[in-house]
Design a protein around this ligand. Sequence first.
Ligand SMILES: C[S@@+](CC[C@H](N)C(=O)[O-])C[C@H]1O[C@@H](n2cnc3c(N)ncnc32)[C@H](O)[C@@H]1O
Length: 278
Amino acid sequence: MSHASAAQIVRELLEGPVTRPALLRWRRRQFLAKAGTSLYFGVFDSFAAARERLPPSPEFNNEQLATEYVEVRTRQVFAYDYPVMWWLERAFRGGATSVLDIGGSVGVHYHAYRRYFEMPSNLTWHIIEVPAMVSIGCALAAARGVKSLSFTDDLNRTISSADADIWLSAGALHYLEDARPADLLKRCFKQPMHLLLNKLPLCAGEDFVTTQNIGEGCFAPMHVFNGDRLIREVEAQGYTLRDRWKVYERSLYVPGHPERSFPFFTGLYFAGLANETR
Ligand SMILES: C[S@@+](CC[C@H](N)C(=O)[O-])C[C@H]1O[C@@H](n2cnc3c(N)ncnc32)[C@H](O)[C@@H]1O
């Protein structure tokens, strides 16, 4: 018997009817603890129902959450960034000059990726973020003498006037209550030629909402999307799925719900129809 299957059997036993209530109490205490950063808990129908079970917190709107992003992630890329950099660089070579980055933190992708490849001299890179990240991102851009970056915290207004060539969202759309990719595409002024979605929690079953301990005493609800449905919805907006990759650095374990848990998140690249031959 392999170690993996032994561990799986033990987990399945613990998730069984006799031990499940005790397991859930223990896992919930772990989830709420300071050391519980990144853990997930619960299955809910909506963000409102999920928030009722969370301690009050500003969710992502907390300056303390920016530290790692400023100090590490503006300087370093990770394995899951390479497919994004590959498609982004190709899009720039194909003439794209504008990026809309939803949940781009303090500008991490712009700052980190530009160390690896050239970006257009007339590039505009606009980030939609929570107010705390907007103010830190603006200050960081000014301190580093960066002119291409701009920030807003107004998703709805920005989407309704959006006309960027590229949309990028990494590890973020699932934290927004009302931001299914296809819905954003329906609401925007002009649809992008390229859509890059990284680190998304996609499952094979029904959509659901869970919650995450995001660190610094903050907690957030998040969507888990059915992958096939999300892809079909984007394709119905005139896009072709050109690439899909597994992000093993992110996985979902929902205590008490092994059937909702999965070992990797997903990255997707869609090209607009006008762009299919590139
Ligand atoms: C896990 S971080 C990912 C950051 C970055 N894209 C990356 O890949 O490292 C999720 C990001 O989504 C942002 N976010 C969460 N809710 C948001 C909202 N309602 N509007 C805009 N950004 C949001 C957070 O502030 C945070 O920067």
